[in-house]
Design a protein around this ligand. Structure first.
Ligand code: ADP
Ligand code: MG
Length: 156
């Protein structure tokens, strides 16, 4: 668990995850609207060397950034009506492909999530600070969480 008191601190924490990401990694970001999920992805993108603006893919569902040290795929499934549409938007193919995938609102479609993934849950406390917690599912995600927690010096 790690508390962040500003958007910059959330981005910085996210940036500490970036060096450990590999192709095929899936990170499910959960938390209410405005919790900071997109801020988190912005921090990862910056640390990977993505230079352009990283905006919310709420309307596009998927935005990919290929210019960093690892391809970054950013999904926002908030507006997706049906799990059947996931195939059409290339969800499964993208998760298996060349980069790391971050999925906002992935918990809306639990059956669509892969066997292994890292869940990062962001909540807002009474003071407006963000509380970031992570849970690993599968061996690879456990490994990722271990090195990230060591680097960020928190238990997460
Ligand atoms: P989400 O993608 O979860 O809907 P966003 O990342 O788009 O949320 O927005 C988070 C909002 O909360 C931003 O306007 C950001 O400036 C604000 N904010 C305030 N404090 C924090 C913090 N500690 N971490 C992240 N965002 C914060
Ligand atoms: Mg968002």
């Amino acid at each position: 668990m790690r508390k962040t008191t500003s958007p910059e601190a959330t981005k910085q924490l996210a940036g500490t995850l970036a060096p450990y990401l590999r192709a095929g990694d899936v990170i499910v970001l959960s938390g209410d609207l405005g919790a900071g999920k997109t801020q988190f992805v912005q921090g990862v993108a910056a640390a990977l060397g993505v230079r352009g603006p990283v905006t919310s893919p709420t309307f596009n569902i998927l935005l990919s950034y290929l210019e960093g040290s690892l391809p970054l795929h950013h999904f926002d499934l908030y507006r997706l009506d049906d799990a059947d549409e996931l195939e059409d938007i290339g969800f499964y193919d993208t998760l298996d492909a060349d980069g790391a995938s971050f999925v906002e609102w992935g918990e809306r479609f639990p059956d669509a999530l892969p066997y292994g993934y890292l869940e990062v849950r962001i909540t807002v406390d009474a003071e407006g600070n963000r509380v970031v917690r992570a849970h690993a599912f599968g061996d690879r995600a456990r490994c990722l969480l271990t090195v990230w927690a060591k680097d960020s010096k928190s238990r997460l």
